[in-house]
Design a protein around this ligand. Sequence first.
Ligand code: ZN
Length: 318
Amino acid sequence: MRSLSQAFSVLALAAVLAAPPAQAAEPPRVVASIAPLGSLAAAVMRGVAEPTVLLPAGASPHAYALRPSEARTLASADLVLWIGEALETFLEEPLATLARPDAAVELMEADGLILHPNRAGGIWGAHHDHGHAPGAAGAHHDDHGKIDAHLWLDPRNAAILVDRITDALSTRDPERAAAYRANAVSAKQALNDLDIELAATFAEVGDRPYVVFHDAYQYLEQRYNLFPIGAVTVGPERGPGAQRLSRLRDEIASRGAACAFREPQFTPKILESLAADTSIRIGVLDPLGVEAKPGPDGYFKLMRALAASLTGCLAAGG
Ligand SMILES: [Zn+2]
């Protein structure tokens, strides 16, 4: 049996471990590639420090060239959070040549993520048969090129990312591990609430077909049983050919798609010509949340803005 004084010293030790010492080291300098990751990191770091988001508002991670100032930001980071080369291809080389290669954490590698393979082609099958195998969650990590990298658009994946970011921060900054863990618990509770809220919001429009500019929303669509019929572009940087556009026009007409969604990151000329030829309404979807400040609430604003845009346009036709 422990003596009273031993018990007191255990308590005293616990108190020392729980609170950072007065002369605590600087918190790690965290850089996130894109705003949604910056927001999730900000939620974990709430009350400690603020992460930096690398990509400027309005830029697309699919086609980006690092500026010298951004390369310096990367070089001085203690922790760099990115999805992986399937999304931020422009980061692959700079991260491989970092003086501290262990600074980078490729979040696509996180255990437990729900992963979907890239959808083939630009026009997809009937409702709830979007043309991919449902068992994709176990897809192997070597198949990065085949995995759809927009994985943050499922709140269950966001919760996994929160855990991975918390681990990465706690390893680099063990003094504040308790603070990161407490923040992570709140963030994951909020993500769970958001998931329930979005399921209720999307239930109204799940049977209404629509078209997107680039195939970025598979995670959202699968989670909430939405009905996308196709994407205008093959890749965001590649425009559609005449044949594909004419097929898309036919599909819009035959399947009664009411809305086509452009993105703030890309020019909408093709969608405008589609809208001129069909009765389709044009909405805006922003997969990165360029409007939202990448603070702890940025991810939630991003997801609610997507829900508002989708339901706003799709419900408008009655
Ligand atoms: Zn994309």
